[in-house]
Design a protein around this ligand. Structure first.
Ligand SMILES: NC(=O)c1ccc[n+]([C@@H]2O[C@H](COP(=O)([O-])OP(=O)(O)OC[C@H]3O[C@@H](n4cnc5c(N)ncnc54)[C@H](OP(=O)(O)O)[C@@H]3O)[C@@H](O)[C@H]2O)c1
Length: 365
């Protein structure tokens, strides 16, 4: 059996759905993958922090989070609390990695689901680096670290012999990174084209059928899919971060979201969308990258597509990436339904990937 001790840094929409999915799939993970887990720490920004090396009550944590109550109540002062309910995510990672070393807990995993910061990818990148340097593995659905600091992080994983997995950073649970890493050996990715921001895509398609920008955005917010700051979606920043992640990982580039040529969908009206449909066209927010004269040119922008273009026919909650490969030509990977559970699944699949490469361990003390 492989025993994983999890530290959840971020416990919002994604973090909570992940915790629930782990509970739902616990028996399957144990039976089919010899994988057993417990959550030993949770950090949030405004809803408290909790840590207990013997394991926290996840069901209670979910109840507290749903009620908006501080997670500090998970560990009473009388039970020898070692981390303050006010501790930051970074404090928790530092404490937990030090204690894991002292107690010889073998497989500590930091699950990073804090918010995307489009200025510098912080504090997520700091969380990832502290975890790796402290001897923990990292899985994340946050695009920030892979978009801003992929090279630095991978060199830390090599030095520390730890894993950094980020399948949820692009296309939620659809395995775009795993597809290339695990199933396309020796294939070069020459470029790609895709629709990779669900909120902006949903707004555009909703406006084609006469709904307003505000109505469509409100639906995405209610579904927990829009970024906490929706300007990240509508101004193309989220798509730029995902584009940077794809370029850095699949094309061995060294870009950041801020070096991507970016235009969002603000200013596009229902009339613009309906006029395009009348002309047999579709306006879509397209992310793309290609090599030109040895340089990688990457872009996010609204593009008017022919109705026959595969990207033009995608439904409102669907995403697609077409990879341009040297051996297999173009390969399309499509997400027919996107949402929180798919993102939570990306984290779960990363845990299984991680566990497959680890030796069996005894349960920690
Ligand atoms: N939602 C989606 O469908 C989706 C899909 C793919 C990827 N993602 C990515 O997943 C991540 C999480 O998204 P979400 O929808 O779960 O966001 P969310 O609901 O706003 O949750 C974010 C969580 O991070 C915590 N947090 C923020 N800053 C922190 C800090 N400095 N230290 C510790 N905790 C901190 C927040 O604390 P409080 O609870 O105190 O606010 C909250 O618990 C984002 O990076 C997002 O881009 C989301």
């Amino acid at each position: 059996m492989v025993y994983l001790d999890l530290i959840l840094v971020g416990f919002g929409n994604v973090g909570q759905r992940f915790a629930r999915l782990l509970e739902e799939k616990s028996v399957r993970l144990r039976g089919d993958y010899d994988l057993s887990w417990r959550v030993v720490g949770i950090a949030t920004k405004r809803h408290g922090t909790a840590y207990d090396a013997r394991g926290l009550d996840v069901v209670k944590a979910l109840r507290l989070a749903e009620a908006g109550t501080s997670l500090g109540a998970l560990t009473g002062a009388e039970s020898g609390r070692t981390v303050s309910p006010e501790a930051s995510g970074l404090d928790l990672i530092r404490h937990a990695t030090a204690e894991a070393k002292a107690r010889r807990m073998q497989h500590l995993v930091v699950v990073e689901t804090t918010l995307l910061d489009i200025e510098r990818g912080q504090p997520a990148t700091e969380h990832v680096m502290a975890a790796l340097r402290g001897g923990a593995h990292v899985v994340t659905a946050n695009k920030g670290p892979v978009a801003f600091a992929y090279r630095e992080i991978m060199s830390a994983t090599d030095n520390e012999r730890r894993r950094f997995l980020f399948e949820g950073a692009v296309m939620d649970g659809i395995p775009v990174f795993n597809l290339v890493r695990e199933t396309l050996p020796a294939v070069d990715i020459l470029g790609f084209r895709g629709i990779i921001n669900t909120t902006a895509h949903y707004i555009l398609t909703a406006m084609e059928s006469g709904r307003t920008y505000e109505e469509a955005l409100a639906e995405m917010q209610a579904a927990g899919i829009a970024e906490a700051d929706p300007s990240l979606d509508v101004d193309g920043w989220d798509a730029a971060a995902k584009t940077a992640a794809l370029v850095n990982v699949l094309m061995r580039g060294a870009v950041t979201p801020r070096t991507i040529d970016r235009t969002g969908i603000r200013g596009i009206t229902p009339e613009d969308m309906q006029n395009a449909v009348r002309r047999g066209k579709r306006i879509r927010l397209v992310a793309s990258a290609a090599r030109r004269d040895g340089q990688i040119v990457a872009r996010v922008a609204p593009v008017e597509l022919d109705a026959s273009d595969p990207l033009a026919s995608l439904g409102g909650r669907q995403n697609q990436v077409v990879l341009d490969t040297d051996i297999l030509g173009p390969i399309g990977i499509q997400q027919l339904d996107g949402g929180l559970v798919q993102t939570a699944y990306a984290l779960l699949s990363d845990l299984v990937t991680l566990a497959r490469g680890l030796g069996r361990t005894d349960a920690s003390a």
